[in-house]
Design a protein around this ligand. Structure first.
Ligand code: B12
Ligand code: SF4
Length: 579
């Protein structure tokens, strides 16, 4: 009756069949009694999506992490609450579906944690992985182990990477289903079908294997009214002091077309925002219940709708929260106006982050940023004038970019007097237009399972084992871009005021480098890592120095290199006290 079934079936209990099998007799009974959804095909090779013959009760959501990817830098990065699994858990809980969260960022042994959670739980289980490109490898490793240990479980992958690459993900036979796009309602449907012993083949927005082939169901579209979703479940993460709870998400989606950005892979272009009341409720909760005095808006693009921002600021003021909390947000230069920025600053929005990307209008056009450098400069200058702490990112190695373009970006970042800057190397994330360009130009370099998809690799890599770039534009070399990146960091940060900011007030920045973690005990624990980091950077900068002196693999001029030190010394002059 049953072929390669890996676990015996006991009455009242089901089994997840993931081999070449036939349908178990209990399933045949279920098929008769099932309602609504299409019946399972019979007697076929059921490898892949398999068959359920029981009640599914348990959903475990796993936030995959790339914790080893950032190497020695990892201890300096704050741990963010995994929002994707958080939102899904909130939705499932609201629907009365029990689920647990396992976050690889904070779980030293996720497998053991899962074992503990499953003691006395009813089988089988849904393991729902939240996956980014950088975390894909870790997710696969854990999924493989889980499938081995719990062969009757259903392994579901969701998030940006699986949404962009469902075929690739399903080429691993231990992954059963990919949920594409926003997953709240889809995972609920999957759960309910399995629980009521129906097939899941009809569910929109999923991909799966059937009869040896990968099937992609049509997308169900974005969730039109995100206000109907339950609020973020901060309480699920509040017990772990490692998390920084100070964030809020007030919108989803972004109407722009930047070719390097994978935000829209899951959220699409439809810009949706939550009601003012609900957002301010979250903020009040963070302050009143969790004692937060700093809250970051994690929206892709916060300023898209000005009317809603004015409504938000007036409600924050009405509740007196502007006197208790400092806010950070990320926006576009062309979305700012003096009136808007002034209002935001008066409401406690003290930190603004701009993705400037490049100083070249030609490149801004090429990457479809949809704004000009003049608009960005105006916005940054206005923010400085109003007293904002300004952070920004630039992207190096965009298609057709030259060394001079990069040096212009560096010059602009210094002229604009930005407080914190990150220079990233262009990374063609799957699902973006940049990925397609890199593929078409035959310049996409994927190492292993996206091991090199780290846009800050130059800074964190081992100097003796460099991380190859994912993309190097024509007429450039990787060595040259790497040196331009290191030079830019040195030129920007070798400045008394900036160094003081990083080491003494990391909270004023966009929290990408937290040297001491706020506590002396934490700082001491980080000392060995800090030492190794320092040694690695010394080696990198010695190598840069040698290259510049010998004009080897770089077009950086010696004079420009020495000017950095001249400026540093001059920086100790009259202006030293600023900050
Ligand atoms: C806020 C943010 C951060 C924050 C916090 C992230 C966090 N803890 O959640 C910080 C600053 C820490 C961060 C860091 C990084 N980020 Co980030 N981040 C974002 C941002 C703007 C919002 C993410 C978010 O929470 N959205 C809200 C939730 C609800 O959406 P979601 O996670 O996508 O989840 C939904 C669906 O994807 C799906 N889903 C997700 N998981 C699952 C699981 C299952 C089982 C199911 C069914 C469905 C499902 O349903 C969810 C609910 O609708 C996104 C852009 C974006 N819009 O996605 C970039 C983004 C996710 N980040 C990105 C990157 C690259 C990074 C970094 C690697 C940056 C770097 N320096 O290289 C790091 C490392 C992250 C890591 N954990 O490894 C990329 C990912 C690209 C890719 N293909 O992987 C994005 C898309 C931005 C971009 N550059 O285009 N990030
Ligand atoms: S980079 Fe910013 S503006 Fe551009 S598409 Fe992404 S979120 Fe939108």
């Amino acid at each position: 009756m049953v072929g390669d079934v890996r676990q015996s079936i006991r009455p009242g209990e089901g089994v997840w069949v993931s081999g070449a099998v036939e349908i178990c007799s209990k399933y045949k009974h279920d098929q008769r009694t099932s309602t609504g959804s299409p019946p399972l095909p019979r007697g076929k090779n059921l490898r892949a999506i398999g068959r359920y013959c029981y009640n599914t009760k348990i959903v475990i959501l796993i936030n995959s992490s790339s914790k080893n990817a950032l190497g020695i830098f990892q201890p300096f990065l704050p741990i963010s609450v995994p929002m994707g699994v958080g939102y899904i858990a909130a939705y499932l809980n609201e629907q009365g579906i029990k689920c647990d969260i396992v976050d690889e960022q904070v779980e030293h042994d996720p497998l053991q944690k899962i074992d503990e959670l499953l003691v006395n739980s009813e089988k089988p289980y849904i393991f729902g992985f939240s996956v980014l490109t950088a975390t894909f490898k870790n997710a696969l490793e854990l999924a493989r182990e889980l499938k081995k240990k719990y062969p009757q479980s259903l392994i579901v992958f969701g998030g940006v990477h699986p949404t962009a690459m469902p075929d690739e993900v399903l080429s691993y036979d231990f992954v059963d289903v990919v949920v594409k796009g926003e997953g709240e309602t889809v995972i609920k449907e999957v759960y309910e079908c399995l629980k009521t012993k129906r097939t899941i083949y009809h569910i929109d927005s999923i991909s799966y294997r059937k009869d040896g082939k990968i099937v992609h169901n049509k997308p169900s579209g974005i969730i039109p009214d995100i206000d109907k979703l339950p609020p973020f479940p901060y309480h699920l993460f509040a017990d772990n002091p490692e998390y920084d709870l100070g964030f809020v998400m007030s919108s989803r989606g972004c109407p722009y077309d930047c070719i390097f950005c994978s935000n829209r892979v899951t959220t699409k272009k439809g810009y949706r925002y939550r009601s003012t009341e609900k957002v301010v409720e979250d903020i009040a909760l963070l302050h009143e219940k969790y004692g937060m005095s700093k809250v970051s808006f994690f929206d892709d693009n916060f300023l898209v709708n000005k009317d809603r921002i004015f409504r938000l600021t007036s409600e924050i003021k009405r509740r007196g929260l502007h006197k208790k909390i400092e806010f950070a947000f990320q926006g576009r230069g062309d979305n700012t106006t003096e009136e808007l920025m002034k209002e935001l600053h008066e409401t406690g929005f003290t930190n603004v982050f701009f993705g400037i990307e490049t100083a070249s209008n030609r490149l801004l056009k090429l990457v479809k940023k949809g704004e000009t450098i003049e608009e960005i400069v105006q916005a940054v200058e206005m923010s400085n004038r109003l007293g904002f702490h300004v952070s920004a990112t630039f992207i190096f190695a965009l298609p057709t970019e030259t060394h001079q373009d990069r040096m212009d970006s560096l010059k602009l970042s210094k002229e604009l007097d930005i407080d914190m800057v990150r220079y990233n190397n262009a990374t063609p994330y799957p699902g973006t237009e940049l990925y397609q360009i890199a593929l078409k130009e035959n310049r996409l370099n994927v190492q292993g399972l996206y091991d090199n998809f780290i846009s800050v690799s130059t800074f964190i890599e081992n100097p003796f084992n460099k991380t190859p770039f994912t993309y190097v534009p024509e007429d450039n070399t990787e060595a040259e871009i790497r040196k331009d990146l290191l030079f830019s960091y040195l030129s920007f940060y070798f400045d008394f005021r900036k160094l003081k900011l990083i080491f003494l007030s990391p909270e004023k920045g966009p929290s990408w480098f937290d040297a001491h973690g706020g506590k002396i005990s934490k700082f001491i624990r980080k000392l060995p890592a800090l030492f190794i980091l320092g040694a690695m950077l010394t080696i990198k900068y010695m190598d840069l120095f040698t290259s510049i002196m010998l004009h080897y693999h770089t077009s950086i001029r010696r004079r420009d290199f020495f000017n950095i030190f001249r400026d540093f010394i001059l920086g100790f002059g009259p202006d030293r006290g600023r900050c």
